[in-house]
Design a protein around this ligand. Structure first.
Ligand code: ASP
Length: 347
């Protein structure tokens, strides 16, 4: 029998993480330890505004991090959510998996667990992320997590896509929607969805995955998206493969996105087909006007990443223009994601 070679698929910001993880594997580290080591490079990066140290804070100016790991061979997972003051939340999630009988620890309890294990505590705000939060506050913009009366009554078409969440200046590097109007009306405060996800297959043919994020910027305190939720932001089944998601967590949570992608692969879809199936499912079930653009399409992005047990990999985004990372025998590189909807032309 052929020995399967190492394969990894990751979000656009996982280029260095997959290289470090592959080095870890090559030097004999267990797969999840190697993935954590890789993702720590992203959690340490002050310029990555959507993960770890320097991640954009919640509406109170406090950084709250979420992370999860899932181990294919044992079908066990560990996760933490709403963690303040600890940057290496992917390692903390791995400790939940290894040291407890539980899957998910949140907030104060997760912090107490981190303290017990001696994780260092620190402020996770950088000058840059503090300034971004102050700018956001100064604007008192509608780009927050609270719905207006008109939005609650379904009378605010397009508000989500135009003013509320749009604003990525570099769509390929963010999960924000690349919609018309983004470049003409850039918000002064950076505003982002964003997350790092890694799904991996090791040389023994075993799969595992990891997701780490600071979540939606300026979220309501306590808001948790899909990233630390097993079956939504990540899922691994050693018999089939692994998948993960980035982008609007609320949409992914509501369709159990990563679980759906793995299930589709188990039923015969290629990884890319499985990702597109989940995106179509999200698009078909997005009904509130505030979440739709002028063409009735989701005015937000979601990207799915999938890796099959045989080493096949694929990724797809709701909208055109996003990238993901792959690692195979040719090394690590960025590639364009497949997509459900073309970017509107000529606008
Ligand atoms: N999915 C993450 C969340 O909703 C954010 C992202 O990936 O863009 O918290």
């Amino acid at each position: 029998m052929n020995t399967p070679s190492v394969r990894m698929i990751a979000s656009w910001n996982g280029l260095r993480a997959v290289a470090v993880a592959a080095e870890g594997l090559a030097s004999g580290a267990p797969l999840l330890d190697a993935l954590v080591k890789g993702v720590e490079t992203v959690e340490d990066d002050p310029d990555e505004l959507s993960v770890g140290y320097g991640g954009l804070p919640n509406e109170d100016g406090i950084v709250e991090l979420d992370a999860a790991v899932m181990h294919g061979p044992t079908h066990r997972a560990g996760a933490v959510a709403g963690v303040r003051g600890v940057r290496h939340v992917s390692r903390l999630a791995l400790e939940v998996l290894r040291r407890t009988d539980h899957t998910l620890l949140v907030g104060e309890g997760a912090l107490k667990f981190a303290r017990a294990l001696g994780f260092p505590e620190e402020s996770l705000l950088t000058d840059r992320s503090r300034k971004a939060w102050l700018d956001w506050k100064a604007e008192l913009s509608t780009r927050d997590g609270w719905l207006s009366e008109a939005e609650r009554r379904g009378l605010a078409p397009g508000a989500f896509g135009t003013a509320r969440w749009a604003g990525s200046t570099d769509p390929a590097r963010s999960s924000a929607v690349p919609g018309p109007g983004d470049s003409s009306t850039p918000p002064s405060a950076p505003f982002t969805y964003g997350t790092v996800h890694l799904s991996a297959l090791d040389g023994a043919g075993e799969v595992s995955c990891l997701t780490s994020t600071s979540g939606l910027s300026y979220k309501i305190a306590g808001r948790v998206g899909d990233s630390p939720v097993v079956g939504a932001g990540l899922y691994a089944d050693n018999a089939v493969g692994s998948a993960g998601a980035t982008g609007r967590g609320e949409a992914v949570l509501q369709v159990c996105g990563a679980h759906a992608a793995v299930t589709r692969m188990g039923a015969g879809d290629s990884p890319t087909e499985a990702c597109l199936w989940v995106l179509r499912h999200i698009a078909d079930r997005t009904r509130e006007k505030r979440l739709l653009d002028g063409n009735g399409r989701p005015a937000f992005n979601v990207t799915l990443y999938a890796l099959r047990k045989d080493g096949a990999m694929g990724s797809a985004s709701m909208h055109e223009g996003y990238e993901h990372v792959v690692l195979d025998e040719r090394g690590a590189r960025r590639e364009p994601c497949a997509f459900l909807f073309e970017r509107p032309r000529g606008v």
